[in-house]
Design a protein around this ligand. Structure first.
Ligand code: BDR
Ligand code: CA
Length: 311
């Protein structure tokens, strides 16, 4: 099994990503850590605990993490509703809050992984604050990281919170830059690829037609989250950004990618928080990231719906 830690800010698409991961026997989810993002930290934490309770995987610990960015203004998501999980609230039953701050848990897990020679894959579905703080405190933790697979950034697609910036990067651009420069292998699922994971009405109807304990609730969540902005996405429906990270771990062949140096614009101005990819080696900056660019959307939804229906 692939050992992973999921750092997230649930959020509807984070919730779907967690449900995908927790239903996947290929993955060993060692911990879930939460961070402020879509909604304030106490809400992302509560939402994370609700999702784990819903999944029945109550042995998976959920740890509270950073409640604000390293620098810069606090940003919140636009599309997840005030509570972060739309109008469709998950059952209140939660798993207990696990002891230990997210940064300490990342530190302990990554040091142990480095010592054992069994590096862990980090999946980041929100602002990168927790991972950046852990790496700033102890850069040698990078030896315990197999790769960091991040829903982060935007290239040709343009941004979703400014003309050039994607939310998870814009919400803590300095943290993103720390992680991208850390030396850990980085895989980015930017908007360019996540916009292709479009939960169209036909796809959501297919989910509703499937059996299982949580398919109807998942369909409700996804429908609430529906952006319905065909001018942007080509068709009606909302993009399921964060599940792309988990799908990449399960079936990397669903994705095409390009390698590049990726860094973050930290100068205050029009392009603050933009991810800048040097795809054609116009600088001497070393390649540090695989940037996912293409998605087999049918294969993605077949996988996601099958796993959601398996509950
Ligand atoms: C990202 O921002 C959040 O609102 C979503 O959960 C996703 O992680 C998309 O820009
Ligand atoms: Ca998220």
């Amino acid at each position: 099994k692939l050992p992973i830690i999921i750092d997230c800010d649930p959020g509807v698409d984070d919730a779907i990503a967690l449900l995908l991961a927790l239903a996947s026997p290929e993955l060993e989810v060692r911990a879930i850590t939460t961070v402020a993002g879509n909604v304030p930290g106490e809400r992302t934490l509560d939402n994370g605990r609700r999702v784990v309770a819903l999944s029945g995987r109550t042995e998976v610990p959920v740890h509270a993490g950073c409640v604000g960015p390293l620098l810069g203004p606090v940003m919140r998501g636009k599309y997840s509703g005030a509570g972060g999980l739309g109008g469709t609230l998950l059952p209140e039953a939660t798993v207990p809050l696990a002891a230990g701050h997210a940064v300490d848990v990342l530190t302990a897990e990554l040091s142990a992984a480095a010592a054992a020679g069994k590096p862990i894959t980090l999946c980041t579905l929100g602002p990168l604050t927790n991972v950046a703080v852990a790496l700033a405190r102890d850069p040698s933790l990078v030896r315990g990281i197999a790769q960091v697979v991040c829903m982060a950034g935007a290239f040709v697609a343009g941004g979703n919170r400014t003309p050039t910036a994607e939310f998870n990067v814009l919400a803590d651009p300095h943290a993103a830059e720390i992680v991208f420069r850390s030396g850990a292998p980085i895989v980015l699922a930017p908007l360019d690829v996540t916009f292709q994971a479009l939960a169209t009405p036909a796809r959501v109807a297919a989910l509703r037609g499937m059996g299982g304990r949580i398919t109807q609730l998942a369909a409700e969540l996804i429908t609430f989250y529906d952006r319905n902005d065909p001018a942007r996405y080509g068709e009606p429906g909302g993009p399921l950004h964060d599940p792309c990270v988990i799908a990449y771990l399960l079936k990397p062949d669903l994705f095409g990618f390009r390698e590049a140096n990726v860094s973050v614009e930290l100068t205050q101005g029009l392009c603050y928080g933009q991810t800048v990819g040097d795809f054609f080696n116009t600088t001497d900056r070393p390649r540090n990231a695989k940037v996912l660019s293409k998605l087999d959307a049918q294969g993605f939804f077949d996988l996601l719906w099958e796993r959601l229906a398996s509950y």
